[in-house]
Every structure is written in structure tokens, then in C-alpha cells.
Design a protein around this ligand. Structure first.
Ligand SMILES: NC(=O)c1ccc[n+]([C@@H]2O[C@H](COP(=O)([O-])OP(=O)(O)OC[C@H]3O[C@@H](n4cnc5c(N)ncnc54)[C@H](OP(=O)(O)O)[C@@H]3O)[C@@H](O)[C@H]2O)c1
Length: 209
């Protein structure tokens, strides 16, 4: 599958490496450093380019920018009609200590209003970037889960495949409005990953008894 990664930071780089290891072709875009995009492209046998170049022929897109960059990256991306977009962004303020949406709406729903023709799926927003390499290398069993939610069943099927390819099980969690609850939960995962001993490579798995 051809995957465009918009935002080559911690999340974009980590997921790009996991998906490249699973055989996907990655095009990295949207960084202030062209050298960084080139380095990631070389490392993953992929490509680097502008946002528009990355979107050309992409079967799926990962949106992985800081929330403050959403408007800019969407401007560069255009209407994104029919494009499957996996959104891992948490709608945080500049100091990363306050959610900008909720509790009666969410970043996920806001994105869908900004680009209503795109096929949005939210996932990976509850997984610290440091978890992807250990999951890729250690292949823990049972596999950790990733909460996944959206209003487009076909887009969710594609996202579920990509979640599997990164070494996780998709956990179907309903429509985009689930973002109202998941985005605060993402903050909990950050507290557990970065605020407690043991390192940030945190995963989770829910069990119904
Ligand atoms: N990190 C995590 O563990 C984690 C976990 C779950 C969800 N998330 C969410 O995932 C998204 C990405 O997180 P991240 O940690 O990967 O972020 P990051 O490392 O800061 O990377 C964000 C990307 O946006 C670009 N960017 C930032 N400021 C920019 C600016 N002023 N102009 C142009 N480009 C700019 C960065 O460019 P440069 O390459 O130039 O820096 C980078 O490519 C965020 O919404 C975050 O809330 C993160």
C-alpha cells in the first residue's frame, strides 16, 4: 500500500518505520527539515516530498502534526476528497497541557467539518510513539490494542489492516464522536507513559470478562 505521512515527527517517523517493515511504501512530507524527510525516506526505502506529492496516488494518509499545524497542513493538502485519513492528532494547545475541544465535541469531529469529503478514521492517538519499535521488534502476545473510531466503515477496514501491520489489534470504538472520550483518555496514556517510572513504551489491552 502507498502511504503518505503528513508530519514527520515522533509519530510519523515511528509509524513509517513500522509500516515500511511490513512492506508498505511510505512518502514522508511536512517538516521544516527537508534533510529529515530525506533521511526517513532512505531509512525506509520510501520517498520524501511536498504534501501534494505525498498525496498523489496515496492509498491512505497518516495525519501526524501538532494541532497548531492543522490549518497549515490542510491548506497544503487541499480538499482531500475520498482520501482515507488516519488521524492520530490530539487537539492540544501550544503548551500541550489543555485539550482545545470537548466535552461536547472533539478534534476528530472538528477535522471532519474542515474536510467533509475526506474519509476520516482516528487511531494511534492513545499510543506513545516510543511503543512502536518495541512492538515491532518484540511482537508481544497477546497483541496490544489500538482504539479506532470513525464514521466510514470502508476507511476503518483499511485502518484496521494498517493497525494490524504495525503489530496491534484494532479495537473498534464507534463513530467519530467517540473522540469526545478518547481524546481525554489519550492524555491519561501520556500521564502513564511520561509521568511514571518504567519508561514511555506503554501499550494497553482491554478485557471483557
Ligand atoms: N508523540 C506521541 O507519543 C504522540 C502520541 C499520540 C498522539 N500524538 C499526537 O500526534 C501528533 C504528532 O505528534 P508528534 O509527537 O509526532 O509531534 P512532533 O514530533 O512535534 O512532529 C509534528 C510534525 O509537525 C511538524 N511541525 C511542527 N511545528 C511545525 C511548524 N511550526 N512548521 C512546520 N512544521 C511543523 C514537525 O516538523 P519538524 O519535523 O520540522 O519538527 C513534524 O513533522 C500530535 O497531534 C500529537 O498530539 C503524539
Amino acid at each position: 500500500m502507498k502511504i503518505a505521512i503528513l508530519g514527520a515527527g515522533l509519530m510519523g517517523a515511528a509509524l513509517g518505520r513500522s509500516w515500511a517493515a511490513a512492506g508498505h511504501h511510505i512518502t514522508f512530507a511536512y517538516s521544516r527539515s527537508a534533510a529529515k524527510l530525506d533521511r526517513l525516506a532512505r531509512e525506509t526505502n520510501g520517498a520524501a516530498g511536498s504534501v501534494r506529492e505525498a498525496l498523489r496516488d496515496a492509498d491512505a494518509v497518516l495525519l501526524s502534526v501538532h494541532w497548531s499545524r492543522i490549518e497549515d497542513v490542510l491548506d497544503q493538502a487541499g480538499p482531500l476528497a475520498d482520501q482515507i485519513i488516519l488521524n492520530c492528532c490530539v487537539p492540544l494547545n501550544l503548551s500541550n497541557d489543555r485539550l482545545l475541544f470537548g466535552p461536547t465535541t472533539s478534534g476528530a469531529e472538528h477535522l471532519a467539518t474542515l474536510r467533509p469529503l475526506a474519509r476520516w478514521v482516528s487511531c494511534f492517538n492513545t499510543i506513545p510513539s516510543e511503543s512502536f519499535a518495541p512492538v515491532r521488534h518484540q511482537r508481544p502476545e497477546p497483541r496490544p490494542q489500538v482504539l479506532m473510531y470513525g464514521d466510514d466503515p470502508g476507511a476503518k477496514m483499511v485502518a484496521a489492516g494498517l493497525i494490524n501491520d504495525a503489530g496491534f489489534d484494532p479495537l473498534e470504538a464507534g463513530g467519530l464522536r467517540t473522540g469526545r472520550y478518547v481524546e481525554p483518555f489519550a492524555m491519561v496514556t501520556a500521564v502513564l507513559a511520561y509521568g511514571q517510572p518504567g519508561g514511555p513504551a506503554l501499550t494497553y489491552r482491554f478485557t471483557k470478562l
